[in-house]
Design a protein around this ligand. Structure first.
Ligand code: BES
Ligand code: MN
Ligand code: ZN
Length: 479
């Protein structure tokens, strides 16, 4: 994470200030501005200016004027986007630190801080001139009069989780193999105090996880199956909640090879579901939420190697069901199915899987939201949707009507891994449903996982989608 939030009681004459204020709100004028400056700001307000930068003797005062919006989620989102614009100014003026003064009286410090931290995120690991490219800005000070210090600590933790997820998605296959992903999980486990158990290829073979092993057949690198657990002394749930993340570290499509341009070229993002649940686990454990949480991450790359699984193959899955493979590019469901079956042993209260599963989901909503479906209660679905609106990681429910299952009938096996040309996100969900036997939600985040152009505080590349969604869902669950 490039930016840290610091809680402070006070500030001094030489601190750069960022003022959040509504248009025409003058409550703070007298305490901070000279008469002349007040006139300048008032004039700008009259003209409808949104941002003003006042250089004072020792410091800058950056004034961000928000238009009031009457619903809370929109107001918070607007605030995050304004913060993303501030980041450009902070970098331009080579500022390193600033103090936020939130005069809106609407407790927008957290949203503003989020916009700053996430817009100032950078992935510079592979640049020779990292130091010159690095953003000057590194610390935003939040005053206890606007937001309590324990909340600031939790925000840092949560944004660390988001940035960790972005880093994982932005890492190319040349570094992030399945084994390396499990190493990154162990590193994060040490930092956040959750336990990690990694099943290697021999263990996966011993368990006969046929779906994961089939996808791995074309690869030179072994698969991994990581099991993350957070179980504090006090928990609100007797039975665990299980998260499952698709960890395809690279998806060539396999023998059903993808075209390179606009398709395979960004398929390092195909472990974004895994990154999302890992980042959420990190935040939950570091914040010590009283919830028993388990994460499963089946991982491999999908390659057309010499021994690659082939269209027409019949695979015996971990559950014992057989699958006729008709398209090796429908690989995510193969390994998710094994993980979903593995989850049964925990007698879970709820299982949520996240995956960049189908182009169909991305086509439906673009990058503005994810598709979800599942067998969990209406109440649970409502709670997830609410978390989506709060975090701007929005969700739309798709149906799992039984008629869609017809498309998965095979002539030679229990089911096939490919549906018809329509409703691809749903037939993928229907396939997964076959391997569940508990309350379950499936999130297809193929659209919002990865951006080809920056979008305010969502930087280009991995977005970290899902971390805040799951964190807030679980926070809500525990209170
Ligand atoms: N990883 C892809 C889905 C994807 C598409 C992720 C776009 C991110 C952005 C997945 O494995 C895939 O290839 N799905 C196929 C399934 C089809 C062969 C049934 C698809 O959606 O085309
Ligand atoms: Mn694929
Ligand atoms: Zn894939």
């Amino acid at each position: 994470m490039t930016t840290v939030l610091r809680s402070n009681n006070n500030y001094n004459q030489s601190n750069h200030l960022i003022i959040l204020s509504y248009q025409n709100q003058r409550t703070w004028f007298a305490s901070l501005l000279t008469e002349t400056e007040q006139k300048i700001v008032q004039k700008a307000m009259d003209k409808g200016t949104k941002q003003l930068i006042l250089p004072q003797l020792e410091r800058f005062i950056i004034i961000e004027l928000i238009e009031a919006v009457d619903n809370r989620p929109d107001l918070e989102e607007k605030t995050r986007c304004i913060a993303a614009k501030t980041v450009a100014s902070l970098r331009k003026h080579h500022l390193e630190e600033a103090v936020l003064l939130d005069y809106t009286k609407d407790n927008l410090s957290a949203s503003y801080a989020e916009g700053i931290v996430l817009a100032n995120y950078q992935f510079l690991k592979y640049f020779k001139e990292k130091d010159t490219l690095k953003s000057s800005f590194h610390t935003l000070h939040l005053l206890t009069q606007f937001i309590p210090s324990n909340e600031v600590a939790l925000l840092n933790t949560l944004f660390e989780g988001v940035c960790a997820a972005r880093d994982l998605v932005n890492e190319p296959l040349s570094y992030l193999t399945a084994v390396q992903l499990s190493e990154e999980i162990k590193r994060l486990g040490k930092a956040a105090n959750f336990s990690v158990n990694v099943l290697d290829k021999a263990a996966i073979e011993a368990l006969k996880m046929g779906g994961l092993l089939a996808v791995n057949k074309g690869s030179l690198d072994p698969p991994t199956f990581s099991i993350l657990e957070w179980k504090p002394a006090q928990t609100v749930n007797k039975k665990p909640i299980v998260l499952v993340g698709k960890g395809v570290v690279y998806d060539t499509g396999g023998l059903s090879l993808k075209p390179t341009a606009n398709s395979m070229d960004f398929m390092k993002c195909d472990m974004a579901g895994a990154a999302g649940v890992i980042g959420a686990m990190y935040a939950v454990a570091k914040a010590a939420l009283p919830v028993h949480l388990i994460c499963l991450v089946p991982s491999t790359d999908n390659r057309p190697g010499l021994n690659a699984y082939a269209p027409g193959d019949v695979v015996t899955m971990y559950s014992g069901s057989t699958v006729e493979v008709l398209n090796t590019d429908a690989e995510g469901r193969m390994l998710l199915a094994d993980a979903l079956h593995y989850a049964k042993q925990y007698d879970p209260e709820l299982v949520i899987d996240m995956a960049t599963l189908t182009g169909s989901a991305a086509h439906a909503l673009g990058s503005q939201g994810a598709v979800f479906m599942g067998t969990a209660s209406h109440q649970t679905k409502k709670a997830l949707s609410r978390a989506g609106i709060k975090t701007q990681e929005r969700l739309v429910e798709f149906p799992l009507w039984k008629e869609y299952a017809e498309q998965l009938k095979s002539d030679v096996a229990d089911l096939k891994n490919l549906g018809g040309p329509m409703a691809g996100a749903i037939t993928a969900g229907k396939f997964l449903e076959h391997f569940t036997a508990y309350d379950w939600l499936h999130i297809d985040m193929a659209g919002p996982a990865y951006l080809h152009h920056e979008d305010a505080y969502r930087t280009k590349g991995g977005t970290g989608y899902g971390v805040q969604l799951i964190y807030h869902f679980l926070l809500d669950y525990t209170t």
